[in-house]
Design a protein. Structure first.
Length: 246
């Protein structure tokens, strides 16, 4: 990744931050975005002065449309983008409100789409883009209908945009992580007892008998952003410890 310039949305915590640290350790110039002042400050401290940390909220259409111009003020071009920012909220259908529905789609789908649109002006030819989807796009779980629908939309965007952007030298792929220990898991909004049961059931079902780590996801993203994956285009890669097989 030496001399590569990579943007990571939602790069101040979890998978995004782990990816930024890995790429940085291999010589990349990293730019990360986030919306929380505390995590933005923590990311600046963690990544150091060579990293560029930008406040940008994926759920804000204004921020999404302005991202390309903001990045263009910092660097001449991007060699890669990891569109990682996303939120998760779980609820049974009778508890889903229009506000919850709109929030999930505005961050996970609309934000991702218009961030990528705005970044086209600074993406190099060649370059690579990775979308962070979810195993939820492939499997059925109670109380996850809206979240799963957003991730199914990400998968559909990935297939179609990979074809559309290939002539521009932009190689796009999607990853579908399974259960991973990240800060987003703590924000699911589940009561403690239900959350504990979910962890126990998920761990028992998984052939790997554990949750994945942010570092493991980061290594896959690194591969897809690098020239090592130069013939991988339009793929949806599951990384779930075999959970889909159970």
């Amino acid at each position: 990744m030496k001399n590569q310039t990579i943007l990571i949305t939602g790069g101040t915590t979890g998978i995004g931050l782990a990816t930024a640290q890995l790429l940085q350790s291999e010589g990349a110039q990293v730019i990360v975005t986030g919306r929380n002042p505390q995590t933005l400050a923590a990311a600046r401290a963690t990544l150091g002065s060579t990293a560029i940390v930008l406040p940008s909220e994926s759920g804000s259409l204004t921020d999404a449309l302005a991202l390309g111009a903001e990045v263009g003020k910092q660097v001449k071009k991007l060699d890669g983008v990891f569109l990682n920012a996303g939120i998760a909220r779980f609820a049974p259908i009778e508890a889903v409100t229009p506000q919850l529905f709109d929030e999930l789609f505005s961050v996970n789908v609309r934000g991702l789409y218009f961030q990528l649109q705005s970044l086209l002006s600074v993406l190099a030819n060649p370059s690579a883009v990775v979308l962070n989807g979810s195993l939820s796009a492939e499997i059925a779980l109670a109380n996850t209908s809206v979240y799963a629908a957003t991730k199914a939309a990400v998968a559909a965007l990935g297939r179609n945009l990979a074809l559309e952007l290939a002539p521009r030298g932009i190689r796009l792929n999607t990853i579908n992580p399974g259960p991973v220990n990240t800060p987003i898991f703590e924000k699911f909004g589940l009561p403690a007892e239900i959350a504990k049961g979910f962890v126990e059931q998920t761990t028992a079902k998984s052939p790997a008998k554990r949750f994945g780590t942010s570092d493991e996801i980061a290594r896959l993203v690194r591969f897809l952003l690098s020239a090592d994956s130069s013939y991988v285009l339009g793929a949806e890669i599951r990384i779930d410890g075999g959970y889909r097989l159970a």
